[in-house]
Design a protein around this ligand. Sequence first.
Ligand SMILES: [Zn+2]
Length: 399
Amino acid sequence: MNWCLIWYGRKSPIIAFVLLSGLLASCGRESFAPPTLVPVLSLPPAQQTEIAVTAESEAAGRVSSGGRTPGTSLASSSLPTPAGVGIRPDEAQQLWVPDAGPEPPEGWRPPPYDVPLSFHYDDHYWLARPLPSGSRNYDLEWYPYGNDVQLPDMPSYRIHHGLDFPNETGTPVLAASSGTVVFAGPLPSPLNGVNYYGNTVIIQHDWQWLGQDVFTLYAHTLELFVQEGDAVEQGQLIAGVGSSGEVSGPHLHFEVRVGTNNYHDTRNPALWLAPFEGWGTLAGRFVDKNNQFISGAAMTLLPLNVDTAVRKQRTYSLVVKSDEIWQENFVFGDLPSGRYRLTIDMNDGVHIYERELEIFPGQTSFEIISATFEFTPTATPISIDTPLPGDQTGPLPEG
Ligand SMILES: [Zn+2]
């Protein structure tokens, strides 16, 4: 079989102008269109920034106190204690892997851009980081969205429906945007009653995207400072990082849900959280000849002329949803701007695709990689603690 790689990309450079308001950016977008490169409207000169798009890359592109401690001033009988409710310590112990995983390439990050951020209108970086600068406000490299854990010595987890932010217990958790708290408390699975998420806050934001409601979820917290019905502002203290629920250590599990407040309607938060200043995002599609996603392909991203990978992950499992705009099946978030080499390995020792690309500050670079073969997905491995399939109308286990 003759496999080959076809790259699609704009052949002529274009100039796109800054559009500072993400809300304005969404105006007039009524349908779920694929990424486009139509120049957007210009703003007054003082607010313009030129963004060059290369032929290879479609670069479209501490907290205030005053919260309540659960169990004291909150009324509901099901509210958590600061120690958490429903923790299953035996199983948490089972999952505990001390010092697992490599250290991030750098412990320091620039401050994130202000939100909403849309240098190009395909971008919708409307959410602020749910953790303050100075804490670990960047996600765990070896458990990306749509992936199982990417460490050989770790047991299989659930396919990740969010991003994890390991932090010290009690680190402030902040609302990613304004809205209304629609859930605050332990969040057991409706399927089997297990409190996988632990003490959880869910915010329905007071804006919509493409006509759909947008929710953010904050799980495994130690304590809650909001209750259902509260209006919250972006950056408001809503909880503290904890280990409640099914966890492998204290961290924040963060989800973005679009359309409905449901485990099955998550999107990759890396496409919603504003990048760090001078940093950007890589997203793309790896598809077969029928334009169907190729899942589970091993991807490695290296800065050009550097031998150490900054990230290794796989194309999404088919169980997670893609962004309506990007229709992606991989995202590498939090990349310093510059040139990189992306390698995709079909794990057969033969078909290894390689590509140079560029990351631009504050925006998403998008790549479409099409192979000429037909991909047949293999069954997703059953991970530990995965409940039986069923009609799930509510949240499922963390992951
Ligand atoms: Zn998680």
